[in-house]
Design a protein around this ligand. Structure first.
Ligand SMILES: [Zn+2]
Length: 109
């Protein structure tokens, strides 16, 4: 087992866990119940930790976590609607003006 992430908000750790699990990586959260069950004293000592069960998944897990962190620091760029030429914020999948779908972003994957 290797610890790959820790955060004092369990919801944050759980979110990353679901991303890793969705990619076939088996995970375990430590200190999951510290927050609600034991109160402040333990909470300050033990924040929720995300562990991977299989050490071989480390590179993959780190890659996924880095990807998530990257998205947060660099939000989706805005895009220009092909139908009406409106500039649309990157978080939206559809044009706010004419409801056209965002064009596929090239062939990179
Ligand atoms: Zn449009």
């Amino acid at each position: 087992m290797i610890k790959v992430f820790e955060h004092n908000e369990l919801s944050r750790v759980g979110q990353l866990q679901s991303v890793l699990e969705a990619d076939g990586i088996r995970t375990h959260i430590k200190n999951e119940f510290t927050n609600s069950a034991f109160g402040e004293i333990l909470f300050s000592k033990a924040i929720p930790e995300l562990w991977i069960l299989d050490d071989d998944d480390l590179v993959k897990a780190k890659g996924l976590l880095a990807e998530i962190a990257g998205f947060e620091e660099n939000p989706e760029p805005e895009w220009t609607c092909a139908e009406c030429n409106s500039v649309v914020d990157g978080v939206f999948e559809r044009c706010w003006k004419c409801n056209a779908q965002r064009p596929e972003s090239g062939t990179e994957s």
